[in-house]
Ligand binder design. Sequence first.
Ligand SMILES: *Cc1c(COP(=O)(O)O)cnc(C)c1O
Length: 481
Amino acid sequence: MKLLFELSKENRRMNLIPPCDVPEYSFDESLLRKEELRLPQISEVDLSRHYTRLAKQAHGVNDGFYPLGSCTMKYNPRIDEEAAALEGFTAIHPLQPQSTLQGALQVIYEAKELLCEITGMDDMTFQPAAGAHGEYTGLLLIRKYHQSRNDTKRVNIIVPDSAHGTNPASATMAGFKVINVPSNENGGVDLEALRNAVGEDTAGLMLTNPNTLGLFDPNILEITRIVHEAGGLCYYDGANMNAIMGTVRPGDMGFDCIHLNLHKTFGTPHGGGGPGSGPVGCKEFLKQFLPKYTVSKNMDGNYYLDVAENSMGKVRSFYGNFLVVVKALTYIKSLGKEGIKEASCNAVLNANYLMNKLKGYYDVAYDQICMHEFVLSLDKMKHETGVSAMDVAKQSLDFGIHPPTMYFPLIVHEALMLEPTETESKETLDEAAEIFIEIARMAHEDPEYLHEAPHNCLIRRPDEVEAARKPILRYEFENDQ
Ligand SMILES: *Cc1c(COP(=O)(O)O)cnc(C)c1O
């Protein structure tokens, strides 16, 4: 496929830039560039076709099934986008007088109240821009807490091996040392190992729950008790809230702080490069350290920006990605109390339905009732046929399905992780099951064919490390100096 610069023809033009509506200003000659910018020259119709062609090569939730585990690629209602596009939200500036921003502040305030109710927390900041940023912010809360008590020997954060990969990374970024604890044979935290890991140097525990195996830890109350008794705090990675919202609350399980991924669970599409939002909720005793600003309401019913007593300062400019908060509030209000619970119950039901359809054709890594996602291990298939998790994932592309998450979590060999989400119908799940069963049959009959998959995609097997580490983001002109 040709790039824009390759489509360029001298003096092709279009008229997309609106007329200038501010006074023109002439810069000094010395400040002007000496050569013309090398921009592609292209007509409007060719530009439109170029992007339409590109869009057709991509796969989104609107194209088909997207069971990318750990990512909650569900369909997000249009009404969320409509609310976020309202001029009263898009045409405001954070430095306007607060009296003229009452509606926007009310959105943040109400979203905070509702999400605190859903998570069982007492206060929340919307500053963090995404999940990992929220983890970092939550860990700074824990750090501030220990510092405020002059408890400076608490430098360790305990992270189970079934945690999301961002957990150890964020703990390290926040200046802690990461202590790994293994899983037991049921995929939960090994309690004996946890008891041995905690001590006077424990700052806290970060728990991804449901964990990356899609399992809810049945010992969760015991886990938080062990950590609290050792003097540590408990951080809940709530990016998987889609499995439990409306049913159980991390605040009731003994957790002191949590982050959510609004761009997974609450009405903003995940992927596409953002923006996201990773609000952090906390219990009363941690409120004093929250980043500035938070939104409060005074006796007269007016909203205002508040600064916590011992605030850690800012972790991002202004109030975070505000329009994502608008979408979250719209999402929660349009579903209502019952709808929120029903959504997560259906996410769990759909995952169990699909898992049971695939059993017998694929090995389930931890064969028990799952939450919103489950993990297959293709270890045996690979031994028997040579077909790997990568081959199966690539073949699913030819059937118009986005591949599951591959080789994650790391504790499962040849892992494929599927998260169907609640917005898929039974028909879609049945169809997807048939496709994966067909791929399992192909693996035994014609493994060579799967090694070459996908057969119908423009890009087939890129060097993924190279693509991630050294992306080519700039057009190389032939006569470039
Ligand atoms: C997605 C996810 C994260 C990270 O969220 P980002 O917004 O990608 O930074 C953290 N934990 C879990 C369990 C997740 O699924």
